[in-house]
Write a new protein. Structure first.
Length: 202
């Protein structure tokens, strides 16, 4: 998937080229082009030299990837990201959109006004397994987090473990409701966390 950036006087965009072989996406494209949907980056379509491009408005936002580069990736941010993904499932269902078309890469997750607003990239006809994308995002976090932050480590490894053990990713996300009330949500030993830390450091 080709991703680039474009900036004019008033806006800054992340630009994704539509796959020229993709003949689907009409309903989703029109919906996202004409309507602002809570939790999703605002998108508009444009044709450049006969090629369809998706323009996502990212003005005054920071990607999760950039936050990691500035070493600000902590427990509060990670919890907020996954809670917003869980809440987004209801919104997608309301609009007949599918989780597999979310692009859950750190470069496609944007944060605005601290952690008050988190936006995700929806790519019509992307169709990459939602559960696998969650696991890939968690794998990226395993390499990116400060392993001295015990709560962060336990949450990331614990959620990954649950996704590996259970077939329904949305049900796993729904179990995060208890995360603010109890630490028992996470069942990962310190020894396993240390082992994984050494693996990624090597």
């Amino acid at each position: 998937m080709e991703v680039g950036f474009y900036k004019d006087v008033y806006h800054e965009y992340m630009v994704i080229d539509k796959n020229p072989e993709d003949k689907e996406g009409g309903f989703e494209e029109q919906l996202l082009h004409n309507k602002e949907i809570a939790g999703l980056l605002r998108m508009k379509m444009e044709y450049v030299s006969g090629c369809c491009k998706y323009y996502y408005d990212i003005g005054k936002m920071e990607s999760l990837e950039n936050i990691k580069s500035d070493k600000r990736l902590d427990y509060a941010i990670i919890i907020s990201v996954f809670e917003r993904i869980r809440k987004l499932m209801e919104t997608l269902n309301d609009y007949l959109l599918i989780p597999d078309n979310l692009w859950l890469d750190a470069a496609g997750i944007y944060i605005k006004n601290g952690m008050e607003e988190i936006y995700f990239t929806y790519v019509p006809s992307y169709k990459k397994d939602f559960k696998e994308q969650l696991k890939e995002l968690l794998s990226w976090l395993m390499k990116s987090i400060d392993h001295c932050q015990k709560d962060t480590v336990m949450f990331v490894y614990g959620l990954y473990k649950m996704l590996c053990e259970q077939s329904n990713a949305i049900e796993v996300l729904c179990k995060m409701e208890c995360v603010k009330e109890t630490k028992d949500f996470i069942k990962v030993s310190e020894s396993e966390s240390e082992r994984q830390k050494k693996v990624y450091e090597d």
